[in-house]
Design a protein around this ligand. Structure first.
Ligand code: NAP
Length: 260
């Protein structure tokens, strides 16, 4: 299937590691101009070199998305380099364990800054350009928005709000033919996930207990399986899909966990 992404500019936040890196790579493989935004400079350099060694190209903007001004600069820089923006993939986030009991109001707001505000800011600054390209937005949420996790109020509030904003933006942007969808992963092995596992006293045991509860094939989702959905959604092959919440989770959220 030709996704017709050749020369489309695809902006991916958190695009140098984990799920974002898979989206960057797959977009480049499809002939798109992938622009990865990430604060991890060494990951950007290493990923850039990896892609090059495989005959692939992507652009990198090393910046923290934490301020609205930075988001504006990222969008303007992309526009100055490539002249158009065809897709925004809001992906960067961190499960930062700011809980209800073990948290505080200040940390809660910081968690929203890390996980939510830059989704709005990036979309806000991209809209004028997406109007011209009739482009699309994909927001990465998390199963925790629906299932909860415990001890991570800021992250879960953000992921829930991202699902709400997806529907809201899909409605607002109908007149411009800009599609907006969300992808909901559950358990994907990435540097962030590894970091989270290491917060448990016995990470391997924790991993085994998680994997045992994933209905489809008792295995983690791969970053490429998330990326395949995202790349499809930003393509014209998904030209009548908007306002949707798409679960790529091996049945984790909806199937009966008692199934064997
Ligand atoms: P990851 O392995 O940590 O990769 C994310 C990348 O984004 C990292 O390089 C990170 O840099 C960067 N980043 C984070 N915040 C940033 C910011 N403010 N400015 C610039 N760069 C930033 O994460 P992942 O597991 O691929 O997760 C990607 C998305 O999927 C997140 O939104 C996450 O909530 C969601 N998700 C993941 C899973 C899972 O199982 N992995 C499940 C559900 C949802 P640092 O390393 O410096 O933080």
């Amino acid at each position: 299937m030709d996704l017709q992404l050749k020369n489309k500019v695809v902006l991916v936040t958190g695009g140098a590691k984990g799920i974002g890196a898979a989206i960057t790579r797959m977009s480049a493989e499809e002939g798109a101009i992938a622009v990865a935004v990430d604060r991890d400079a060494s990951a950007c350099q290493q990923f850039h070199d990896d892609l090059r060694s495989q005959g692939l190209e992507a652009s990198f903007i090393t910046m923290d998305l934490a301020s609205a001004d930075n988001c504006n600069v990222i969008v303007e820089q992309t526009l100055a380099s490539f002249g158009h923006i065809d897709a925004l993939v809001n992906n960067a986030g961190i499960n930062d364990k700011v809980g209800l009991e073990h948290g505080n109001p200040k940390e809660f707001v910081h968690s929203l800054e890390r996980n939510l505000l830059h989704y709005y800011n990036m979309a806000h600054y991209c809209v004028p350009h997406l109007k011209r390209s009739r482009g699309s937005i994909v927001n990465i949420s998390s199963k925790t928005a629906l299932t909860g996790q415990g001890g991570t109020s800021g992250y879960v509030a953000s992921k829930g709000a991202i699902l709400g904003m997806t529907r809201e933006w899909a409605a607002e942007l109908l007149p411009y033919s800009i599609r907006v969808n969300a992808v909901i992963p559950a358990e994907v092995m990435t540097p962030l996930y590894q970091q989270w596992l290491e917060t448990f006293p016995a990470p391997q045991e924790k991993l085994n207990s998680v994997v045992a509860k994933i209905p489809f094939e008792k295995r983690m989702t791969t970053p490429d399986e998330i990326a395949a959905m995202v790349v499809f959604l930003i393509s014209l092959k998904a030209s009548h899909i908007t306002g949707q919440h798409l679960f790529v989770d091996g049945g984790y959220v909806h199937l009966d966990r008692a199934l064997t």
